[in-house]
Design a protein around this ligand. Structure first.
Ligand code: KIV
Length: 304
């Protein structure tokens, strides 16, 4: 794992861990969730430390500067500019049509809107599968143009050469196995992955191979809870579950699902923490009604 060179203040100045990784005696121990005061972004070393300490953490998707800023202020340590932007932000049916240009633009906005969170750029379908050098070209755009701290790609053994090339080039890689939505056209839908002994063993072996290739974390999507727990226990790097039960080291949700903005139903694994669709709809209706009736703008909202 690469050394953390992103810090602009010394760890002891910032109240962070000292060189041995221990918290300075007179300073509160930093946590991933909400931990502030380092004056720098969360790094892969912080995530590795959390795994060693058994500290769980939360990741959300983000697709714009404003929302990302809210999540950053809320202390979310990792934001994923997911290709789920396709169906949650850009109006596509799934993630397949999303382009690198689109995600690099959104990722740049998320980086600009945040100060502390690690921003992970999702490499979209067709942007890394051809070769390790294609993967490196795409990852470079996320790192150089958008300012991401890491990239994510989907797949097990088939993307090992890509993961290896990126890590050798100094790009932190988050892997993604289980259900891989970019393969929806082969899978014929979104199905639970890793059911049955053979599939489970393949998933475990993929996870270990990705860890060996240098991935710093692995997303496990739509995987039976017992299997995800076993993978998490057997790996040294953190696992990030989505529809994978409570046994993973971290959890990720698509923010529009989590906040109740998604139209229609959401999968069983989603817990909705707000009802933004109702709140926003009510605000829009109230505004329109005030305009139509002449209530808005009144004197208090006018200049003379
Ligand atoms: O694109 C995305 O939002 C993702 C998460 C579901 C992990 O890949």
């Amino acid at each position: 794992m690469s050394a953390d060179t992103s810090s602009t203040t010394s760890p002891t100045q910032a109240g962070g861990p000292d060189a041995s990784g221990a918290a300075a005696p007179d300073k509160p121990k930093l946590t991933l969730y909400g931990g502030t005061g380092t004056g720098r972004r969360v790094t892969v070393r912080d995530l590795a430390r959390a795994k060693r300490d058994g500290e769980k953490w939360a990741m959300l998707t983000a697709y714009d500067a404003v929302t990302a800023g809210v999540f950053d202020e809320a202390g979310i340590p990792v934001l994923l500019v997911g290709d789920s932007a396709g169906n949650n932000h850009l109006g596509y049916e799934n993630t397949v049509p999303v382009t690198v240009d689109q995600l690099v633009m959104l990722a740049g906005a998320v980086v600009r809107g945040t100060r502390r969170t690690m921003v992970v750029g999702d490499m979209p379908f067709g942007s890394y599968q051809s070769s390790p050098s294609q993967a490196l070209d795409t990852a470079s755009r996320f790192m150089k143009e958008a300012g991401c701290g890491a990239v994510k790609l989907e797949g097990g053994r088939r993307v090992l050469p890509q993961v290896d090339a990126l890590v050798q080039a100094g790009v932190p890689v988050m892997a993604h196995i289980g259900l891989t939505p970019q393969s929806v056209n082969v899978l014929g839908g979104y199905r639970i992955a890793g059911r049955g002994d053979e599939e489970a063993e393949k998933l475990i072996s993929d996870a270990k191979a990705l860890q060996h290739a240098g991935a710093f974390a692995i997303v496990l999507e739509l995987v039976p809870a017992e299997l995800a727990q076993r993978v998490s226990q057997e790996l040294e790097i953190p696992t990030v579950g989505i529809g994978a039960g409570a046994g993973t080291d971290a959890q990720v949700l698509v923010w529009t699902d989590m906040a109740g903005l998604t139209r229609g139903g959401v999968p069983k694994f989603v817990k909705q923490y707000a009802d933004l669709r109702t709140v926003l709809g009510a605000a829009a209706r109230a505004f329109a009604s005030d305009v139509v009736s002449g209530v808005y703008p009144d004197e208090s909202h006018s200049y003379h």
